[in-house]
Design a protein around this ligand. Sequence first.
Ligand SMILES: Nc1ncnc2c1ncn2[C@@H]1O[C@H](COP(=O)(O)OP(=O)(O)O)[C@@H](O)[C@H]1O
Ligand SMILES: [Mg+2]
Length: 247
Amino acid sequence: MSGKAFQLEKVSRAFGAVEVLRELSLTIARGEFVAVVGPSGCGKTTLLNLLSGYDQPSSGVIQRDGEVRMVYQQDGLFPWLTVAENIALGLRHLKDEAERTRQTNELLRLIRLESFDQHYPHQLSGGMRQRVELARALAGASDILLLDEPFSAVDYLTRLRLRQELARLLAERPRTVALVTHDIEEAAQLADRVIVLSERPARIQYELSIAAPRPRDLTHPEVVSAIHRILTELGIEHDYEKAVGNL
Ligand SMILES: Nc1ncnc2c1ncn2[C@@H]1O[C@H](COP(=O)(O)OP(=O)(O)O)[C@@H](O)[C@H]1O
Ligand SMILES: [Mg+2]
C-alpha cells in the first residue's frame, strides 16, 4: 500500500437482485485527485460509501490507508450552530482551546467568510454554506476527502467559484481526493484523473489522466480536450472544433 490511499480489487456491490458495481479495480495514489463521473443511478455514491468504509462490498477487496472525511451534496451543517462553531466541530481533536480558535479563524480566512463567523447557516447563501462545509472537512485531521456532488445544489456561477476555491484550499492543504460529480467540466478542471463509470452495473468504462498545471482555467487546451474526449467516450454529440474555435 505504500504511496497508495486506496486499492480496490474486483470490487462488486449488489443490493438484493440489483447489481450496482461489477468488479471494479482501481488504485488511488496518496495525494491524487480522482474524479468519478457517470450516469445518474450508476453507483457513484455506492462507490464512495465503500471507499469510506460506511458500506462493505459484496465481493472483492478494498484496502485503504488514511483517515476519511466525507462531504455530501445536501446541507450537512448544524443549523443551531454558528459558522465558527460548525467549523470548530471539525477541530474537536485539538485539546487547546486557543489553538482551536486560531485554526477556526485561519479556515474562515481561507474560505473568505471572516465576517460571517457568528452567522447561522440559514443566514448564508447555498454557496457560502458549501464553503463552510469544505472548511469543516479540511479542518479535520483526515488525509482523504470524499466529495459526493458537493456543488450540485448551487447555481452555475457559484459552482465555478467553489471549484476555484476547492483548488486553492487543496493547494494550501494537500489531500487525497475522490470527487463524485455528474459535471464533466468540473471533473476535467479539478482532477489528476477522471474515471468514467458505465451504466449500472457500473464498470470503469474509461479513464483519463490530465496533466495540465494548476490553477487550471476551464479554457485551458488540455481541459477542453479532456472534456471533448470524455463526451466522445460517452457518445454525446458535440462540436469540438467549434468549441476550440470559440476560445
Ligand atoms: N442501500 C441501498 N439499498 C438498495 N438499493 C440501493 C442502496 N443504495 C443504492 N441503491 C441502488 O443502487 C443504485 C446506485 O445508486 P447510487 O450509488 O446512489 O447512484 P449514483 O450516486 O450514481 O446516482 C441505484 O439503483 C440505487 O437505487
Ligand atoms: Mg449519488
